[in-house]
Unconditional design. Structure first.
Length: 202
């Protein structure tokens, strides 16, 4: 089944917003962020991602602590048509080298304290590096503060394919196969339903 509307998750979340002044986030210090603020910040950061060479389908790897800026980075990545790759903040440089080399992201976002080590890893796959610290500050937000708020959300088309195939592996509830599809076993030697969501560019 093909949809004719923009299937970009950002559009699905925000295009139908009736009141951009509604409260989205209230922080511990009492500061309040509206949905309109999130949309504007995501637009600024999406412009930076594109400026850094992120194209639709490219991965953006992020090893960052939880913060509003980290949430905006996720939204901006989706809005720009990228694929957000979160990396556990406990990963060592050796572990990060494995994941970054495997994913080949266009951009890596990390804590400033790990910048030098990650720059060396990112250089091997031609990725650029920006920083974002636990407070949500860094080179990425500094660039975003100067970027335009307007950004045309990358259009996407969602196609859902449902297929059936024999199950030959051991039971794995909700495991993903090599293609990233959701595989749910019904029982040994029974048929497994595979639902695959594929996002295509228009």
């Amino acid at each position: 089944m093909n949809t004719t509307t923009n299937a970009n998750l950002f559009s699905r979340l925000f295009d139908g917003l009736d009141d951009p002044n509604r409260l989205a986030i209230e922080q511990l210090d009492g500061s309040r962020i509206t949905y309109g603020d999130l949309i504007a910040r995501a637009g600024q950061m999406a412009n930076v991602l594109v400026e850094r060479g992120v194209k639709p389908g490219d991965r953006v790897a992020a090893q960052t602590e939880k913060s509003v800026s980290a949430l905006v980075l996720y939204l901006a990545t989706v809005r720009a048509g990228g694929v957000y790759l979160p990396l556990n903040t406990a990963y060592t440089l050796n572990e990060l080298e494995y994941f970054i080399s495997d994913a080949e992201p266009a951009l890596v976002v990390c804590d400033p304290a790990k910048l030098e080590g990650i720059k060396a890893i990112a250089a091997k796959v031609g990725a650029k590096v920006e920083t974002l610290d636990p407070t949500g500050k860094g080179s990425l937000t500094e660039a975003a503060d100067k970027a335009p708020k307007d950004f045309a959300t990358v259009p996407r088309r969602l196609r859902l394919d449902v297929v059936a195939r024999p199950a030959v592996e051991e039971d794995r509830a909700g495991a993903g196969d090599a293609d990233g599809r959701d595989v749910r076993r019904v029982g040994r030697d029974r048929v497994v339903g595979v639902v695959r969501g594929v996002v295509d560019r228009l």
